[in-house]
Design a protein around this ligand. Structure first.
Ligand code: ZN
Length: 180
């Protein structure tokens, strides 16, 4: 039996642009989310092939459509010095939904999950999963860009803005909760 997540802490309204995507507990499942052979979505993991495709073809990781002349990279604080993300860029409206819906990005969870999902061979965890498991959550930032260049970071394609001045960089949500 698939394990169903509990009810979401908050389920923001689903924008029309995301109405084609599946939902779990009222939350949109991002396009880039891997699916197991028995049909479960692995929220928090990313599908390797879709991630590669999205970064190279400049598709949005949330809705799967082409990015336009305004895109957002959602980066953890510790990723900012790399000027790059190994996860796809997203539309500004998809970023707004993600920051409202994703407990990790919105800073509503104090720690990352302590163990990785069991995932199939077609899916990968984020490139830095090993460092994240069980680690204290950290602030996220929205990096607004007009475009990005594709680089290779630790063997993974990444969207880089090293040579492209961001339009703006904004911290997201509340500071992460302190663990008690
Ligand atoms: Zn989108």
């Amino acid at each position: 039996m698939p394990i169903r997540p509990g009810p979401p802490e908050t389920a923001p309204p689903i924008p029309v642009a995301l109405a084609h995507l599946p939902t779990i507990g009222g939350l949109v499942v991002p396009w880039v989310t891997p699916r197991t052979a028995d049909g479960r979505y692995l929220l928090g993991a990313v599908d390797a092939a879709k991630t590669r495709t999205a970064i190279h073809r400049r598709l949005c990781g949330v809705c799967g459509s082409c990015l336009t002349d305004r895109l957002v990279l959602l980066l953890r604080e510790s990723d900012l010095p790399r000027y790059a993300s190994t996860e796809p860029g997203v539309h500004p409206h998809c970023a707004a939904y993600t920051t409202a819906a994703c407990p990790m990005v919105a800073g509503r969870r104090s720690h990352y999950r302590a163990s990785a999902h069991q995932i199939g061979e077609d899916a990968v965890h984020g490139a830095d999963l090993d460092q994240r498991l069980g680690a204290p959550a950290e602030p996220w930032h929205a990096v607004w860009l007009a475009r990005y260049t594709v680089i290779t970071l630790h063997g993974h394609p990444a969207a880089s803005y090293l040579l492209i001045p961001p339009l703006r960089i904004r911290p997201i949500g509340a500071a992460p909760q302190r663990s008690s």
